[in-house]
Design a protein. Structure first.
Length: 427
């Protein structure tokens, strides 16, 4: 039945290191878009069963590396929860299922009190870094849980991954490596009922439904012969040109992510995506501007939301049993050089699982077998130790510089000079 299909709303936003200043108090444009598509979904307005919110560059890097994110993430949680409940079409209530943050990448997952939140089990969070020496300035966080079937069966698993990959158009190879590193090192416990009591961890692909989103940083690389390849000299025209969907549909052919996923088959195996070209490029905007690009970087769809489900065919990524009811950016947010992106996804009816001991899992393309990295754990904690060492030193310099790291370095150098002069005087 249609009303058994779960409705999942996913939102992602690179807040440009703004911490608590990165969001306006009213989040309705971003977090209550189901009001726009309620007629499509049902005769009566319907609240999402699961609300997922991901952030990148959540707070200044020195604070994130130091692990000082608790205040910001708790503030975000309280604000998001109050807003989604305030704008819920029938005054529905929600519960935070899980939250996880690593440096500046954060993920919060909420469930409808009268549904998913009441039945969810096996909740798990994970993180991994793919910055230099596995540091967390780039990387991913994940949440996995299981929703048992109403018939008493084992039900289905849900896995959500929020990522921030390497920047800059010429670093495509590093972004592809980031994806593969995340597959191998963002590891979860074995699924319930695994044969032989298996204890080996599982990758994000060992799930019934998988969602991968965030600032993935894939760019548009135009050939020199393309009419827009040298458009930076005509800045006022670029936003106007992108108003035309036909232009955007042409530009998508040069999108690095689409090429890597659907043509060269080098990354994001099995993932589907809505028509991202139907909204304007989410990056790079001038701060404080609704619709003006900063052409120091070529505009691109860096912020993406992808998905796949266990009933999707492994032979094609052009169709899915997930209905993409909405996929858009929110232009009104102006405190970042990125625009928030949101998607509303209607999942297929739940699988019948009576008698099964293990939830259904994704069907994967031939030749793709995701395997856990045997060195994932030491790599993760090497990155974490470096995060803390560098972050705390950086935090101290910022503190000594009254908010400026450069001034902090200057103060340290002056202090060392004074100490050295006095040491020579007393020698």
């Amino acid at each position: 039945m249609a009303d058994q299909r779960l409705l999942v709303q996913i939102a992602t936003y690179n807040t440009n290191l703004q911490a608590e200043r990165g969001l306006p108090q009213d989040l309705v444009d971003w977090l209550a878009p189901t009001l726009q598509v309620s007629r499509f979904l049902a005769r009566e307005p319907r609240a999402p069963d699961i609300v997922v919110v991901g952030f990148q560059e959540l707070l200044p890097l020195h604070l994130g590396l130091s692990g000082l994110s608790r205040k910001v993430i708790e503030s975000r949680n309280a604000l998001i929860l109050s807003e989604i409940e305030r704008h819920a079409p029938n005054k529905e209530k929600y519960t935070l299922i899980a939250k996880v943050v690593n440096v500046g990448v954060a993920l919060l997952v909420y469930g409808l009190d009268a549904g998913v939140a009441r039945s969810v089990v096996d909740v798990e969070t994970q993180w991994t870094g793919c910055g230099p020496a596995y540091m967390g300035n780039k990387g991913a966080v994940g949440v996995r849980f299981r929703v048992p079937a109403v018939d008493g069966g084992v039900g289905e698993t849900f896995t959500f991954v929020c990522a921030h990959l390497t920047a800059h158009s010429h670093k495509l190879e590093q972004r592809v490596r980031d994806y593969h590193h995340i597959v191998g090192s963002l590891l979860f416990k074995p699924l319930p009922g695994s044969p032989g009591g298996a204890r080996e961890p599982t990758t994000m692909y060992a799930t019934s439904h998988l969602f991968f989103f965030g600032d993935l940083n894939f760019r548009i690389v135009l050939p020199s012969t393309h009419a827009l390849a040298h458009s930076s000299s005509a800045e006022p025209d670029f936003a106007r040109i992108l108003e035309q969907e036909s232009v955007r549909e042409d530009l998508k052919e040069y999108d690095q992510l689409l090429i890597a996923r659907d043509r060269s088959h080098r990354a994001f195996f099995g993932f589907r995506e809505g028509d991202f070209w139907r909204f304007k490029c989410s990056y790079k905007y001038k701060l404080g501007e609704v619709d003006k690009y900063d052409l120091k970087r070529h505009p691109a769809w860096t912020d993406r939301i992808m998905y796949t489900t266990h009933t999707d065919s492994p032979d094609t990524t052009t169709t899915s049993n997930v209905t993409n009811a909405l996929y858009t950016s929110i232009p009104s947010y102006t405190t970042s050089d990125h625009k928030p992106v949101v998607s509303v996804l209607l999942l297929p009816p739940p699988a019948a699982t009576p008698g099964l001991s293990t939830p259904p899992t994704l069907l994967l393309p031939e030749g793709f077998t995701p395997r856990p990295d045997p060195y994932a754990l030491p790599k993760k904690y090497l990155g974490r130790v470096l995060d803390r060492l560098i972050g705390l030193c950086w935090w101290l310099l910022v503190f000594l510089g009254a908010g400026s790291g450069a001034l902090g370095i200057g103060n340290v150098l002056v202090g060392l000079g004074i100490w050295k002069a006095r040491w020579w005087e007393t020698d």
